[in-house]
Design a protein around this ligand. Sequence first.
Ligand code: HEC
Ligand code: HEC
Ligand code: HEC
Ligand code: HEC
Ligand code: HEC
Ligand code: HEC
Length: 451
Amino acid sequence: MGCSPPRFVRVVLAMRRAAGRCLPPLAAVALCLAASPALAFHGGGAGECDGCHSMHDSNDGVSGPGPRGGYLLKASDPSSVCLNCHQAQGDIGPVGYHISTAEADMPPGLPPRQMAPGGDFGWLKKTFQWTTRPGTPLQTSPGERHGHSIVALDYGYSSDSRSFTAPGGTYPSANLSCVSCHDPHGKYRRFADGSVGTSGLTVLGSGSQASGTDPVAGVGAAGVYRMLGGVGYQPRSLSGALAFQNPPPAAVAPNTYNRRETTTQTRVAYGRDMSEWCANCHPRLLVSGVTEQMSGLRHPAGNGAILGATMSRNYASYLRTGKLTGFASQSYLSLVPFEEGHADYTRLKAHARSDDLYLQGPDDVSTVMCLTCHRAHASGFDGALRFRARGAEFITVGDTVSGARYPDPLAEPAVAEGRTQAETRASYYDRPATVFSPFQRSLCNKCHVKD
Ligand code: HEC
Ligand code: HEC
Ligand code: HEC
Ligand code: HEC
Ligand code: HEC
Ligand code: HEC
């Protein structure tokens, strides 16, 4: 199944018509305030109920029962409800709020098409295989290793077969869905004093993007970043004591965020609390203080993991392997983002851009976070990493005359790891290989400069 564009349009129209009458008075107020921008659905809070629920199993006027999970959902399970709108077969490139590519649009050798900051879940369906040299064992990079294996039966996504719980925590993989992380009803809201709550002032709109809503004291609140769950959040369908302990992160995405980074980068202004938010499910992976770091394989991350003068200087000067002549004001790389170390939304909004007009690198209070190295949804690499960071660690091949190129799976199998050049290029959000050096080393070097 799926959501063909006409059906989506019907849903939106139906929702517009329904606005203000299907709801109890208070919610209706929230809805009217929130429903204005074109194409907005959630408006940072609870979207119209019938976008996701069907009150009488009416299946949008089509006869016969549709697939139904619990809670009167319009699909077999929560994630499938989301994908009814967040995936669309036929996308030819990155499209708005789409975060997953239909299988028909990514046959073998061709990459998933969405390039939003969180990454395309389609990578979970791409298993890569290769042999380094003839006669050596077959190596595999299984799809399920490329990110968060959400369960979405109607769309062919199933849970991770290796990890039964979140590594470093107890959250069950079998229950991992979009609503594990995003509150479908968008209850968490940010008030003018910076605090976050689930009730009180109405959500005026989404506060996630550069032109997003600001909270107004005594009047209304803004939806938290990407409707992420906050303290106490736990989907009703999940049993056990797994409620989130930490608040949603402070961050702002640019208005245009799902796009190729061929010529300019997509800069999400990450403020603070992202790693602490990940630690809601991965508590034992959070190592913020430098003293407790690296006992095991835990890289420091979090509000306390300050880069400091040396690493900030490294970040500023590192352009690519062998080229360390950069300036702080031009040094930002969206493949290695950092947190700014504050929650000042005026600054975050100014920094969230996709036109390269703000490329300032880290300063004294900037920190390393989980998303410095990982994407939140999925990526072309194992462990949902933003860049290749294992094996020989090369990102490119090439020579000094014609410059860098992405590895060919037949000619350079150990570097390509089974990916076609198109797949590798898409993993770097369509950057040309020439932004790197030939035999570019892992981007850990952006801070550590060991290459
Ligand atoms: C973006 C999709 C979406 C929208 C819009 C939405 N819901 Fe839900 N709702 C869900 C999902 C998914 C669940 C199941 C959550 C779970 O797995 O525990 C759910 C569960 C529920 C539940 C039962 C569990 C609970 O959390 O209390 C109620 C009641 C509910 N929704 C009411 C509403 C109402 C009323 C509206 C309109 C104001 C609404 N929903 C709008 C997706 C949505
Ligand atoms: C009826 C279509 C529809 C459904 C169903 C739907 N979405 Fe959305 N979603 C949208 C649209 C349109 C946008 C972009 C505009 C907006 O933010 O309202 C969006 C935006 C979002 C955003 C970014 C919002 C922000 O404030 O930054 C998130 C996160 C999101 N959706 C998650 C979900 C999840 C999780 C579900 C399932 C529980 C879901 N959506 C179901 C249509 C839908
Ligand atoms: C493990 C937690 C997690 C799960 C599971 C998850 N998301 Fe997200 N999502 C996030 C985070 C964190 C961000 C912000 C990413 C960033 O800014 O780097 C995000 C961002 C988004 C966005 C904004 C576009 C983007 O990529 O930044 C949309 C839309 C969205 N999610 C929808 C969904 C839908 C639909 C699902 C299920 C199919 C889902 N998410 C599953 C954590 C999650
Ligand atoms: C709601 C719980 C939840 C949250 C929040 C969450 N995760 Fe996870 N994560 C899981 C579960 C469950 C697994 C194991 C299943 C899997 O690998 O898909 C997992 C696996 C992973 C993996 C391994 C993926 C693989 O297959 O190799 C990485 C990396 C990861 N998480 C990073 C993050 C980061 C970074 C954040 C914050 C942006 C985050 N997680 C937030 C539940 C969560
Ligand atoms: C400096 C980079 C870096 C930072 C920061 C970082 N990670 Fe990782 N993480 C990695 C690498 C590299 C791997 C190994 C990836 C692979 O090859 O599978 C990894 C693996 C993982 C795995 C998979 C482990 C397993 O047993 O399968 C999880 C889960 C994970 N990281 C979560 C997190 C969380 C949560 C944070 C923040 C608290 C975080 N990481 C911060 C680089 C980082
Ligand atoms: C955004 C900057 C940044 C990036 C990118 C980064 N690190 Fe780090 N790393 C740090 C900071 C900060 C510390 C804390 C120790 C310090 O201040 O010397 C650290 C510490 C370490 C340590 C502990 C030993 C030491 O030098 O103190 C290792 C090992 C390490 N990082 C490996 C990696 C690897 C591997 C990657 C890539 C997967 C990576 N780092 C990416 C900033 C970074």
